[in-house]
Write a protein that binds this ligand. Structure first.
Ligand SMILES: NC(=O)C1=CN([C@@H]2O[C@H](COP(=O)(O)OP(=O)(O)OC[C@H]3O[C@@H](n4cnc5c(N)ncnc54)[C@H](O)[C@@H]3O)[C@@H](O)[C@H]2O)C=CC1
Ligand SMILES: O=C([O-])CC(=O)C(=O)O
Length: 272
C-alpha cells in the first residue's frame, strides 16, 4: 500500500505505529509544514523506521501526489484540509478527512464535494472519536432527526481554546458548561476539540439543527461524548468515555483506531 499522510503529529505517528504491526507499507509520503521536514525525516529514520519500505517528506499537495499515494489521510487540522485536500481529491485520490470540523465552512464543504466529484474520488468521513455514526447516518436519510450532543473533557484539554478565556481551567472544582450553540458554531470556534459535533451534524440533522454543549469537567473520566437522537424511526442515547491519546490530550485514542479501521476495511476481504 502507498499511503499519503497530511500532518505528522499525534494521530499520524500513532497510526503509523499501528499500521507497521501488520508489516511495512510499500511507500509512505508525509506532508508537513515547511521547516518541519528534518524532524519528520528523523522520526521516519528512527523510531518509525519499520513503518514503510520507502518514504518521502513533502510540503505541498503537488509533491504529495507525485509520490502516487493510493490513499491519503488528512490529520493536520482545518487549515491543512483547506489548503491540500481539494487538489488530492481532484487528482482522483480518496481522502480520509479526520479534521471533519473543517466542513463547518460551507464554501470548503462545497469545494471538497465538487473536487471529489470532479476527480472521481471519495471523501471519507471516519467516525473518529464518536460512535454509532452508522445508525445516525441511516436515520438521517429518513429525515425528521433531532440531535443533542454534549462533549465533556478534563479542563487541560480545553487549554488554548476560547474556554481558557471564560474559565480558570486550572482552578475548576466542578463541571462547567462554557458553550451552547449549533454544531457549526462549535466546530468553528473549537477546531481541535469539536470535530465530533461536525461528524454528528453531517451524519444526522445538519450543522444548524444539531445542538451542542461543551463542558470542562475536572471529574471527567476521559473525553466523554454523549448524544441523544430522536427520530421517526428510532430514538437512542449513547455515551462514550474515551481515553485521551498519549500524544495529545485533546484527541481521544479511539480516533486513531477509527482511521485504522477505515484503512483496514479498504484492504481486507471483509469490511465491518
Ligand atoms: N474526527 C474526530 O473525531 C477527531 C478529529 N481530530 C482532529 O484531527 C487533527 C489532528 O489531531 P492530532 O494528530 O491529535 O493533532 P496534533 O496537533 O498532534 O497534530 C497535527 C499535526 O499537523 C501539523 N500541521 C498543522 N497544519 C499543517 C499544515 N497546514 N500542513 C501540514 N501539517 C500541518 C502540525 O504541525 C502537527 O504536527 C486535528 O484537526 C484534530 O482536531 C482529533 C480528534 C478527533
Ligand atoms: O478526540 C476527541 O475526543 C474529540 C475531539 O477532539 C474533537 O471532536 O475534535
Amino acid at each position: 500500500m502507498r499511503l499519503g499522510l497530511i500532518g505528522f503529529g499525534n494521530i499520524a505517528t500513532a497510526l503509523l505505529d499501528l499500521l507497521a504491526r501488520g508489516g511495512p507499507l510499500d511507500h509512505l509520503a508525509v506532508l508537513v509544514l515547511p521547516g518541519m521536514e528534518a524532524d519528520a525525516r528523523r522520526r521516519l529514520e528512527g523510531d518509525l523506521a519499520g513503518a514503510a519500505r520507502s518514504h518521502a517528506v513533502v510540503t505541498d499537495a503537488a509533491a504529495l501526489l507525485a509520490e502516487r499515494p493510493g490513499l491519503v489521510v488528512e490529520c493536520a487540522g482545518h487549515a491543512a484540509a483547506q489548503a491540500h485536500v481539494p487538489a488530492v481529491l481532484r487528482a482522483g485520490v480518496d481522502v480520509i478527512l479526520v479534521s471533519i470540523g473543517a466542513l463547518a465552512d460551507p464554501a470548503l464543504e462545497a469545494a471538497l464535494r465538487a473536487a471529489a466529484a470532479e476527480g472521481g474520488a471519495r471523501l471519507v468521513l471516519p467516525a473518529g472519536a464518536v460512535g454509532a455514526i452508522d445508525l445516525l447516518s441511516a436515520l438521517g436519510a429518513g429525515g425528521g432527526v433531532k440531535v443533542r450532543y454534549r462533549g465533556a473533557k478534563p479542563p487541560a484539554a480545553w487549554a488554548g481554546t476560547p474556554a481558557a478565556g471564560m474559565l480558570d481551567l486550572g482552578a475548576l472544582t466542578e463541571a462547567r458548561v462554557f458553550f451552547t450553540g449549533t454544531a457549526r458554531e462549535a466546530a468553528t470556534a473549537y477546531p481541535r476539540n469539536a470535530n465530533v459535533a461536525a461528524t454528528l451534524a453531517l451524519a444526522g440533522a445538519g450543522f444548524e439543527e444539531t445542538q451542542v454543549e461543551l463542558v470542562a469537567d475536572p471529574a471527567a473520566p476521559g473525553n466523554v461524548h454523549e448524544y441523544t437522537v430522536a427520530s421517526p424511526l428510532a430514538n437512542y442515547t449513547i455515551r462514550i468515555e474515551n481515553r485521551p491519546s498519549e500524544g495529545n490530550a485533546k484527541t481521544s485514542a479511539t480516533t486513531i483506531y477509527s482511521v485504522l479501521r477505515e484503512i483496514r476495511n479498504r484492504l481486507g476481504p471483509v469490511a465491518i
